[in-house]
Design a protein around this ligand. Sequence first.
Ligand code: FES
Length: 180
Amino acid sequence: MYEPRIVCFFCKWCTYAGADLAGTSRKQYPPNGVVVRVNCSGRIDPQHVLWAFREGADGVLIGGCHPGDCHYQDGNYKTMRRVTFLKRMLSDMGIEPERLRLEWISAAEGEKLVHVMSDFVDEVKSLGALELGLTGEKGNGGAAKAPAKKKPAVKAKAAGKKTTAKKTGKKAKPAARKAR
Ligand code: FES
């Protein structure tokens, strides 16, 4: 059965602590999310979200403090504007904007986190796997292939001389050019 890959950017002051609370309260929720802890949801650059999709995420969930509760005053308002912008951008790129979700979850809302996570996983499941059609292999970020290994150096014809030079401590003479 298809299991979506979800990248979760959680603010450490609220949603991350909420996820912690859900865990310590032994609440069950789908294990599809990989959590990236950030200092504030406002720290999330649109490029982080695009990279997550490019690296193989089927959905991205952003969790931040409720409006008015941001520890850096207006970080979450910036996030709100960025997510609106990103959704439009994703839509232009042919990616369903529903694959990106922003939620306000406080440190005391472990139960809400469970609901949001379950609901989001169900929604992404219904959308199916994200096929970006990148030229590179999916999951490697379109990165260029690893460079081919260097060919082993061709053995010098005068290997014997080299050994002698090493032993004697003298420099080996460069091979004389052949006369044409
Ligand atoms: S500190 Fe949590 S969103 Fe800013």
